[in-house]
Design a protein around this ligand. Structure first.
Ligand code: NDP
Length: 241
C-alpha cells in the first residue's frame, strides 16, 4: 500500500484531502499542531473504511518536532505522496503588518513546508508526488494579507524550483491555488461578506474542501504523470492569471 502524508490533514481542506486520498487507496499519515480531536476522529473514520491512518502531532514552526517526523516508521518505510497543506491567514492590513507577524506567517506557510520536505526528503520514493497548497493571493496579492500573499508566492516558487530539480529523478511537484473555500478561514465572514464573495465568483458559489481535494487527487495520480511545476488555480473563475 502506498503512503501519503498530509500536513494539517485533520481539518478543513487538509481533512478533505486525507479522506480523498484514503478513498484512492493510500494509507494516510496526517499531521496536526493544535487540533488533536478532529485529527483523531478523522483517523478513526478512515480506519473504519478499511484504510490505515495515523495522526502525528507536528507544529511546522518547531524544527525539533518536524525532525521527529522523519523517525516515524511509515516515513522510514517510504513516502509516495507528500501534501504540504498546513497554513495560517490572520488578515492584517498591509500598512500595520509588523515584523513579528511577518516572521510567524513566513515560518508557518513557507519555512514550515520547507522544513517538512527537508525532514522527509530521503524517504521520498523515486516516483514521489508532492503537492503544495498555495493560494490565489500568492499571485494576486491582498491589501489585508501582504504577509500571507508573500508566503504563498515564496511557497509556489520554491515548489516550482523543486519540480525542475527533482524531475530527472522521476518525482513531480505541483501547486494548487484555491480561491474562496468554505473552512474556518472564512468562518468569520458576515452574511453580507459571504454574499459578496459568492457574487464575485463567476461560478456563483464558494468552493468546497472537496473541490480542492479532487484536484490534488488528480495531480498525484498517474493520470497526471506528465504534469509538473504547474500552478492549478481552483477558484470558480474568481481569478484568472
Ligand atoms: P484551516 O484554518 O481550516 O486549517 C489550517 C490547517 O493548517 C489546520 O489543519 C492547522 O492545524 C494547520 N496548521 C496551522 N498552523 C500550523 C502549524 N504551525 N503547524 C502545523 N499545522 C498548522 O484552513 P484551510 O483548510 O482553509 O487551509 C488549508 C490550506 O489552504 C492553507 O494552506 C491555506 O492557506 C490554503 N488556502 C485556503 C483558502 C480558503 O479560502 N479556505 C484559500 C486559499 C488557500 P491545527 O488546527 O492542528 O493547528
Amino acid at each position: 500500500m502506498q503512503t501519503a502524508i498530509v500536513t494539517g490533514g485533520g481539518r478543513g481542506i487538509g481533512a478533505a484531502i486525507s479522506r480523498k486520498l484514503a478513498q484512492d487507496g493510500y494509507r494516510i499519515l496526517l499531521t496536526y499542531s493544535t487540533s488533536s480531536k478532529p485529527a483523531e476522529m478523522l483517523v478513526d473514520r478512515i480506519r473504519d473504511s478499511g484504510i490505515d491512518a495515523v495522526a502525528v502531532n507536528c507544529d511546522v514552526t518547531d524544527a525539533r518536532e518536524v525532525a521527529l517526523l522523519a523517525t516515524h516508521p511509515w516515513v522510514i518505510g517510504g513516502i509516495d505522496v507528500l501534501i504540504l497543506n498546513h497554513g495560517r491567514y490572520d488578515r492584517i492590513d498591509a500598512r500595520s503588518l509588523d515584523y513579528a507577524h511577518l516572521r510567524r506567517t513566513m515560518s508557518t506557510n513557507f519555512e514550515g513546508s520547507f522544513l517538512i520536505w527537508e525532514s522527509v526528503k530521503s524517504s521520498l520514493r523515486n516516483d514521489a508526488r508532492i503537492c503544495v497548497i498555495g493560494s490565489q493571493l500568492g499571485t494576486r496579492g491582498s491589501p489585508h494579507g501582504a504577509d500571507y500573499s508573500a508566503s504563498k508566492a515564496a511557497l509556489a516558487l520554491w515548489a516550482r524550483s523543486l519540480a525542475q530539480a527533482v524531475g530527472s529523478e522521476g518525482k513531480r511537484v505541483n501547486i494548487v491555488a484555491p480561491g474562496f473555500v468554505d473552512t474556518d478561514i472564512l468562518a468569520g465572514d458576515s452574511p453580507e461578506k459571504r454574499a459578496s464573495r459568492i457574487e464575485e465568483v463567476p461560478l456563483k458559489r464558494i468552493g468546497t474542501p472537496d473541490d480542492i481535494a479532487e484536484t490534488v487527487s488528480y495531480l498525484v495520480s498517474d493520470d497526471a504523470n506528465y504534469v509538473t511545476g504547474v500552478v492549478v488555480h481552483v477558484n470558480g473563475g474568481l481569478y484568472l492569471p
